[in-house]
Design a binder for this molecule. Structure first.
Ligand SMILES: Cc1cc2nc3c(=O)[nH]c(=O)nc-3n(C[C@H](O)[C@H](O)[C@H](O)COP(=O)(O)OP(=O)(O)OC[C@H]3O[C@@H](n4cnc5c(N)ncnc54)[C@H](O)[C@@H]3O)c2cc1C
Length: 301
């Protein structure tokens, strides 16, 4: 990385690491190195970082906490900007605003603690509010869009904007944001609820269901494929006989066939190759082409 840029990053007091091994950050435990991983702590630092990167012609790739992203073993050139350290939760009445780096699960706990309900079904989804908003994360019949009110975001050329809620902004695991947008915070309009104990019980129930389904038995990045309309990707993979199938260090989870897990020593290439094997098998058996739900960063084929 350009020495002048490194000096400017230091001068700005930015938190960054050069040649950072991203496998240590990914929930899958795979992936190559980032030329530079920068973790700004507030919006001023983030804006300064974008300005510097632009001035030096360095590409910026945005991530949260890498629980839904397959990072190429070849690594990522330029700056990987993680919003995981931009933290804070503000609650006014029934409006809860969470900064992008807050863990979604913690946001749900805070909401419940303030007698606000609605997000319990998303209990136990790992990752940050930024990542969850970008991917419209969801579970048990609800998703981020259900209580989304607005997000403040900054574009890579430094303009701060507000994304309001509008009718078809979000769809299944899809939000209106593009790779040029960096989500700073998301405001949720929640439901006032006096029965905190009941909400907490519901949330813990949904979280517990994940544990019982073995979602955390192996390192993973969640469901690999989108469910085709009216179908379950996991069931198709299971019926194609692939549950528990091992390819190098990667394995189709024996608990949930739509998870491809790190069974020990996997590379991102192993995960990607197994995902291609799965796609081919499902296509052959059912004539259905699965589409990726996970995000991929860097080169794979
Ligand atoms: C065991 C397990 C269970 C899971 N269960 C579910 C589930 O039930 N439902 C579900 O939807 N997901 C699930 N996931 C996937 C994942 O946890 C969520 O999608 C989560 O919201 C991703 O957040 P993240 O911060 O890790 O995002 P990352 O993986 O870091 O990023 C995901 C995408 O969001 C973008 N992004 C991240 N932060 C920002 C930002 N601030 N601004 C703009 N773009 C940003 C990235 O560019 C990338 O494209 C699961 C994962 C695991 C490991």
């Amino acid at each position: 990385m350009d020495a002048a840029l490194v000096k400017s990053l230091q001068d700005q007091g930015l938190d960054f690491e050069l040649d950072k091994d991203l496998s240590t950050m990914s929930s899958l435990g795979t992936g190559g190195r980032a030329e530079c991983l920068a973790t700004p702590h507030h919006i001023g630092q983030l804006a300064a970082l974008l300005d510097l990167a632009d001035g030096h012609g360095i590409p910026v790739t945005v991530v949260g906490s890498l629980t839904n992203t397959l990072v190429s073993d070849d690594g990522i050139r330029g700056i990987v900007l993680s919003t995981r350290s931009i933290r804070g939760i503000v609650i006014k009445g029934d409006l809860l605003t969470a900064y992008a780096g807050e863990k979604l699960d913690e946001v749900i706990n805070r909401a419940i603690g303030h007698n606000l309900s609605g997000l319990e079904e998303l209990g136990g989804i790992p990752g940050t509010v930024g990542g969850a908003t970008f991917g419209n994360a969801g579970a048990n019949g609800k998703d981020i869009s259900t209580y989304f009110f607005y997000s403040d975001y900054i574009t890579k050329d430094g303009r701060i904007r507000r994304m309001p809620s509008y009718s078809d902004a979000f769809s299944y695991r899809h939000s209106p944001f593009t790779d040029d947008d960096i989500i700073l915070s998301t405001a949720f309009r929640l439901i006032p609820n006096r029965d905190t104990a009941e909400s907490r019980k519901r949330k813990e129930h949904f979280k517990q269901m994940r544990m019982e389904k073995g979602q955390f038995k192996y390192p993973s990045i969640g469901s690999i494929f989108r469910n085709p309309p009216l179908l379950s990707a996991g069931r198709l993979i299971d019926e194609a006989g692939l549950k528990g199938f091992v390819h190098k260090g990667a394995m189709v989870s024996p608990y949930h066939a739509n998870f491809i897990v790190n069974a020990g020593g996997a590379t991102s290439r192993d995960i990607w190759e197994l995902s291609q094997i799965v796609m081919t098998a499902v296509e052959r058996k059912f004539n259905i082409t699965l589409e990726y739900e996970i995000r991929m960063l860097g080169k794979f084929d």
